[in-house]
Design a protein around this ligand. Sequence first.
Ligand SMILES: [Mg+2]
Length: 226
Amino acid sequence: MIMAPETLDGTLAPVRHVLLDFDGPVCSVFAGFSAGDVARSLAALLSGPDGAPPGHEESDPLAMLRRIAETREDLVSAADSHLTQLEVEAVERARPTPGGVAFMEACAATGRSVWVVSNNATAAIDRYLSDHGLRDLVAGTFGRTAGRPESMKPSPELLIAAMRAADAKPGECLFIGDAVRDVEAAHAADMKTIGYANKPGKADALSAAGAVAVVTSMETLAASVT
Ligand SMILES: [Mg+2]
């Protein structure tokens, strides 16, 4: 299903550079090593004489990292590097998103470059791309900046970095993401977003946040790239 298909075509036409979120449009990062298990592992690694880290009850390890950054600056560096290792483990069992590769191939075939922009660690993203033979389809990878969780979306920082690397203007770029924070980050970078609604209820949330179009299948989106 596509919402506003005429908008989808019109949105894709001027795009030279596609910025692509990782967890969702490319793969399900925590399909095999669940987000809850990763979060519990991270909390255990960071627990010490002071007790458990802030956000230890979170089932989303990235949310825990944000919580740590809010009140325990001293723990951020260790938290980020432990989480990076856990994400690298997780991507070994990640589940590819149907149509994700077809979408990247369609971009390549039509002369569009693809840049992965993600709150996940760059090392984990690069591992996944290598393991799945996708390196040639990606111009660059912009994961969260190590030790700086504030670089994560909804900050536009990573999108702006990718846009600079592409030597592009916002109007030549498009962001594809599956979370409201993706739409917010793109908006802050003056860039349009197509939402990928991979779960019930997400389509409305992505549209309400300002996505110019929403798809429920990356295969559909791949077929729209001409
Ligand atoms: Mg995502």
